[in-house]
Write a protein that binds this ligand. Sequence first.
Ligand code: BJ8
Length: 426
Amino acid sequence: MSEDYRKMWSDLGIDLTAHDALLGVLGKGYQDIFLSQKNRPAGMSYFDFVMSEVHGLRIRELLNEKEAGRKIIGAYCVFVPEEIVKAADATLVGLCAGADFATDEVEKLLPRNTCALIKSAFGFKIGKVCPYIEATDMVVGENTCDGKKKSYEILNDLLPNLYIMDLPQMKTAEGKALLKAEYIRFKKAVEELTGVTIDAARLKKGIELVNKKRAAMHRLAGLRKADPAPISGLDALLANQVFFYDDVPRFTDSVNRICDELELRIKKDEGVFPKGAPRILISGCPMAVPNWKLPWIIETSGAVIVGEESCVGERGTRNLTDDSGTTVDSMIDAIVDRYFKVDCAIFTPNRDRLDHIIEMAKTYKADGVIHYGLQFCQPYITESMGVEKELQAKGIPVMRIDTDYSMEDVGQLKTRVEAFVEMIKR
Ligand code: BJ8
């Protein structure tokens, strides 16, 4: 990294020594896990570049946007509507983190039995190693699981610009009305922050922009139905992760370019794994960068991941927003309709998620499902039991894995995954 970036990080208040250590581990992990894969699509070089510059060039771009008067909004959840952010010419960035950092300090503020995703978000803030959070003008915390909801009360003392969004827990008319009221309140907050009045034309543009990005992800997901799989699950996960950071039109074009390449591969019957390799659907908690542990274990055990039933995956990107509205109110309704379908495990009851897992297993011709729960994540680990029962009843092999961000259980997980892969071999 250039000296220029070091000055930029230091101006943002980043702890350079800790940050150097983090980038060192990240770079090594990326090299070992991603760059060691065979026969990757050439288009992945774009994502390699993005990852190599994830704390460099992308942060410089965000700071340039700020200098030009635009605002940066951070979020921890896919319920924060990017359409509204884009309508105000602002930029939304994901802030969830997938690595343990400053855990001793974090555990002075949060109970030890808090999930790794929340602890990691705190660790990156307390350890001063996340230029994204330091570049934000507003951070949105949402009332989803109890862990997040209560931890935001504490995060509020660390972040001067934290905005709390309330969310429903039931898919009822009242729940939908709450979501609409909260999106209207969020729109007002974004307008106040940016000084931009979000009119119908702006909102329409925001919807179109985000729809195109999601449509590109649908195209990518559809191509993963092929056997042999034209792209690894690791690389597809990377695209799903970069989805939360990159410039929207540039990301959309890059994914579509990869899709063009994958279509050619499919025509030639080319893939990253041999035809007939066991196909796995991952379902469960989101995997934020650099949480690549389980996918890496699976794909070095002879299986290929063909889909992610996850917020960093299809749960987050599944539906488009109807863009036919002509008034702000009708478009807000369309946005509410779209997000109200997100079947996060914080909802009760949550039958839709079960149906989606079964549907995805069929669509992507999965030979088995691995349910991924982060330790201490009550919503997903509790649901995982019902998921297991339902899939077993349908004759779909399933394995539940509860883990965290540490590498201590890699050997044990590898043994379990290898046994599962052996069992589902066709
Ligand atoms: S819409 S999945 S992004 S809340 S892993 S913090 S649930 S204890 S991340 Fe999520 Fe929004 Fe739902 Fe999606 Fe809590 Fe579980 Fe931790 Fe989690």
